[in-house]
Ligand binder design. Structure first.
Ligand SMILES: Cc1cc2nc3c(=O)[nH]c(=O)nc-3n(C[C@H](O)[C@H](O)[C@H](O)COP(=O)(O)OP(=O)(O)OC[C@H]3O[C@@H](n4cnc5c(N)ncnc54)[C@H](O)[C@@H]3O)c2cc1C
Length: 461
């Protein structure tokens, strides 16, 4: 029996636990996590013996202490312009205050010495504007995959004696009881039941299917109508260096002339690598980069995503994204890579064309034809944006620029929550990416601190 049970040990869950145990050491806190401890998290893909995803029962990239962000590039974007809509619940000022607070904690737990970038008042902003592009404003703390890991190690070292962690334990059902909540879970085939008066659910994107079930079981209202679909672009780092040297990551938005769709850059990795991502068995693409000079490459990668908002009667926006990703998996056995020049000429890329290309891929993907996978409207938007980016970073639209597909950004359904991020059931909070409120490390972490503060202030002494 716990006072507060936290489901999920991603950034949302970790920062809830951090803040709650700091402010209320008198409370008994339990954290249940479907994945492994940080040090046991290891994706078996080694590029030699195991080249593609083998579908582990718990995906080490997405699950375990640190959540989906554990091996991420650790870019903490401090802004209300993107990364979630936390400000709609708690106000812009409070949201920013909490994101800076999270930054302080990261810095004091191993992130000292890392750089903070800012887009405000830069020359690039004007250059984007005159070329029909919008540079979004943010302060960005770039921890890098390596330092992000160190911060997580330090946070766990501090938390493990203040809260009880249950790893490799997946909650299957969440039940409302008279005393609060019961989490029914499976750990190594063994059934377990955890009880708590209050419960914070921070199950992230990988927990989205399970969360849909929880919402159905508990009669919680939800909404789901958005998915972002696109490609990951990889090009010589020097082409984007003006942007990445100044900002590390430029979040740039473009409105297409043809369909007036919004296309945006996402997750920029200067001198990084392109990686596979497994979402429920579907292989999509993502990117990493490192602070460590020896691990840097000659390429920069970033995603170009087109936002699709659906209206009634269609309700399964994620299903739509999944179908497109499945199509690329069907054709390429995983991720497909194509030279921009080949795409423009309407021909597939081949091993030979990629080999002779100026840009050498950092991910082993199948050369193919993305126009057979992506809907015309989405592909047209991506091509338009590549030409728009070419004006601020000449060379982007070069024939050897590589496009990997597909990259899909699934959005969790939005759960109906009040200004405390509390559901219609008293004492049941939903935070982080799983709630649909956040889509980033900063916002997810800040939502954790916020709910912990609410509970710390109101929980009986
Ligand atoms: C490769 C990659 C790179 C990224 N890079 C960045 C970046 O640079 N900057 C940025 O802002 N964002 C980035 N993101 C997104 C960021 O990681 C997420 O926004 C963030 O992790 C969300 O935190 P969360 O706590 O809400 O969810 P998660 O981090 O997804 O954590 C949820 C946890 O809940 C657990 N869980 C789920 N269901 C259950 C269950 N039923 N029982 C028990 N446990 C369960 C999962 O195992 C998981 O560990 C990246 C994501 C990926 C995958």
């Amino acid at each position: 029996m716990y006072d507060v049970l936290i489901i999920g040990a991603g950034p949302g869950g970790i920062f809830s636990a951090y803040q709650l145990t700091k402010r209320r050491p008198d409370l008994k806190i339990g954290v249940i996590e479907a994945g492994h401890t940080l040090e046991k998290r290891r994706c078996p893909i080694d590029g030699k013996n195991i080249k593609t995803c083998i579908g582990c029962p718990s995906c080490s990239i997405m699950n375990g202490f640190g959540g989906a962000g554990a091996f991420s590039d650790g870019k903490y974007n401090i802004t209300n312009d993107f990364g979630g809509t936390l400000y709609e619940y708690i106000g812009r000022e409070k949201a920013l205050e909490l994101m800076y607070y999270v930054d302080e904690i990261n810095v004091s737990h191993g992130g000292e010495g890392t750089q903070m970038y800012s887009t405000a008042g830069t020359a690039l902003k004007k250059k984007c504007m005159v070329n029909g592009l919008q540079l979004l404003e943010a302060s960005v703390r770039h921890l890098g995959t390596d330092i992000n890991y160190v911060v997580l190690q330090n946070l766990y070292a501090e938390l493990k004696d203040r809260a009880e962690f249950h790893f490799d334990t997946r909650v299957t059902d969440l039940v409302r009881t008279e005393a609060g909540y019961e989490a029914h879970a499976l750990s190594g085939g063994e059934k377990m039941v955890f009880e708590a008066e209050q419960c914070i659910v921070s199950a992230g994107r990988s927990g989205s299917k399970w969360l849909e079930k929880v919402c159905r079981d508990l009669n919680l209202k939800t909404l789901s109508n958005r998915v972002d679909i696109g490609v990951r672009v990889e090009l010589p780092a020097v082409i984007f260096s003006e942007i990445t040297d100044e900002l590390y990551e430029g979040k740039i938005v473009y409105k297409t002339k043809k369909f007036e769709d919004r296309v945006r850059t996402f997750c920029m990795n200067p001198r990084g690598i392109v990686v596979n991502e497994n979402t429920g068995g579907i292989i999509t693409v993502n990117g990493h980069s490192f602070e460590d000079e020896s691990r840097k490459t000659d390429n920069t990668n970033f995603a170009l995503l087109v936002s699709k908002h659906f209206s009634e009667p269609f309700k399964d926006s994620n299903g739509y994204g999944e179908s497109i990703a499945r199509l690329s998996n069907m054709l390429g056995g995983g991720v497909i890579v194509q030279r921009f020049g080949d795409l423009e000429r309407g021909r597939r890329s081949t091993e030979a064309r990629i080999r002779e290309s100026m840009v050498q891929p950092t991910l082993k993907a199948t050369p193919g034809d993305l126009s057979l996978v992506l809907p015309k409207r989405i592909l047209d938007g991506i091509i338009e944006m590549i030409y728009a980016l070419d004006k601020i970073a000449p060379g982007t639209a070069g024939g050897d620029t590589l496009l990997y597909g597909v990259e899909v950004k699934f959005y969790n359904m939005e759960v109906e929550l009040d200004e405390n991020l509390e559901t219609a059931h008293k004492g049941l909070y939903m935070i982080g990416d799983g709630s649909g409120v956040t889509h980033s490390l900063s916002h997810a972490s800040a939502s954790g601190v916020y709910v912990a503060d609410r509970i710390a202030e109101t929980y009986k002494i």
